[in-house]
Design a protein around this ligand. Structure first.
Ligand code: SF4
Ligand code: SF4
Length: 228
């Protein structure tokens, strides 16, 4: 049965702890035939809800790129640390109610693709896909999540739980943001040539650029130029 009280408590607690975004996705979305990534069901077979959490990232971190790459990287990691604290408290709140919860790594957290499969560079679950089915965002041509309120300038994580939360969401957004086809700025700016007009990304080129060319600092140029 849907636990509406817990859903409300999680929302209230997240905003009190300065999260900017929270939503709930039905994990059966990952069983759609169009989804080709790893599934949360492989991590938690009885998962009933995916909680998607986000914080917006200060604009100065993007405006000062590329000179401010160290500051940008550090600001992103501060966002990740903030999300971890919030997600940890929410996971404990869920477990106090008798359910179980575990926290997914933020996409692109401090070890880059450290958490991902080394060959495919795919994470255990696409947080972006969950965010779409939680009604929070859609996709940009830069392969980043375009949140309704903050565009791509966000940091995200997710919690898996066997609690049945209120995740009935009407999906109104197109899968890819409607502004992208007349923009393509992210594709033109990408220094690694990782993004293509057909909507694909070469993750290895992006990872190689950040972890070899930049020595581990983040790039962020595809987010900086995004007008959304
Ligand atoms: S830069 Fe343009 S094409 Fe790329 S995600 Fe943003 S709006 Fe879409
Ligand atoms: S982070 Fe940089 S290298 Fe990776 S896709 Fe974006 S612009 Fe290209």
């Amino acid at each position: 049965m849907t636990d509406r009280d817990l859903t409300k408590s999680l929302k209230d607690s997240a905003f009190k702890m300065n999260a900017d975004i929270i939503g709930f996705a039905d994990p059966t979305c990952f069983l759609n035939p169009d989804y080709t990534g790893n599934k949360p069901q492989d991590v938690m077979p009885d998962v009933r809800s995916v909680i998607v959490l986000g914080v917006s990232v200060p604009h100065g971190a993007f405006e000062t790129l590329p000179a401010g790459r160290a500051e940008y990287t550090n600001t992103l990691m501060a966002g990740t640390a903030t999300l971890r604290v919030i997600a940890f408290q929410l996971a404990k709140l869920i477990e106090k109610k008798g359910y179980k919860a575990t926290i997914l790594p933020s996409e692109g957290s401090e070890f880059g693709y450290w958490y991902a499969n080394k060959e495919t560079l795919k994470a255990n679950m696409s947080i972006k896909y969950a965010a779409y089915y939680a009604g929070l965002s859609n996709f940009g041509m830069n392969h980043l999540l375009i949140s309704k309120e903050y565009g791509p300038k966000v940091r995200m994580t997710a919690i898996l739980t066997d609690a049945e939360l209120d995740n009935e969401t009407e999906i109104t957004l197109p899968f890819v943001h409607e502004h992208c086809s007349s923009c393509l700025k992210c594709i033109k700016i990408c220094p690694a040539g990782a993004l293509s007009e057909d909507g694909t990304i070469d993750k290895h080129k992006c990872a190689d650029y950040m972890f070899n060319t930049l020595g581990g600092l983040r790039c962020g140029m595809c987010i900086k130029v995004c007008p959304l």
